[in-house]
Structures are given as C-alpha cells and as structure tokens.
Design a protein around this ligand. Structure first.
Ligand SMILES: [Zn+2]
Length: 59
C-alpha cells in the first residue's frame, strides 16, 4: 500500500522482495532504484530474503 501521496508508485525491492516507497533522496534516480537499502543492493540481505520467502509461502 502506497503512502507516498505524490502519485509516485512503490517498487518491489530486488533484494528482499518487499515493496518500498519513493524517498526524496531518490528523486533524481528513482527509475534506476531497484533496492530498498544499501544492504539489499550489496546482497547482504539474505536473511531477510529468506524470511520474506517463508512468509510468502506461509501466507
Ligand atoms: Zn530490500
């Protein structure tokens, strides 16, 4: 669910698979943003990814 309120769509993080909202720091590169955090971008989010997978299957 988006709460950005500015008509900017959420994206799905390529690292953890969870939706994340536009942030001001991404104003100039939002089209290129694929990860919700530096941890995801650097592949340090495996634990959370596994948790997200488990959650998805469990749901
Ligand atoms: Zn992420």
């Amino acid at each position: 669910m988006s709460r950005t309120g500015g008509g900017v769509p959420d994206k799905i993080c390529a690292g953890c698979g969870r939706p994340f909202a536009w942030r001001k720091k991404w104003a100039r590169c939002w089209e290129e943003v694929r990860y919700c955090s530096a941890a995801c971008r650097e592949g340090r989010y495996q634990a959370a990814t596994a948790a997200a997978e488990k959650r998805r299957k469990g749901a």
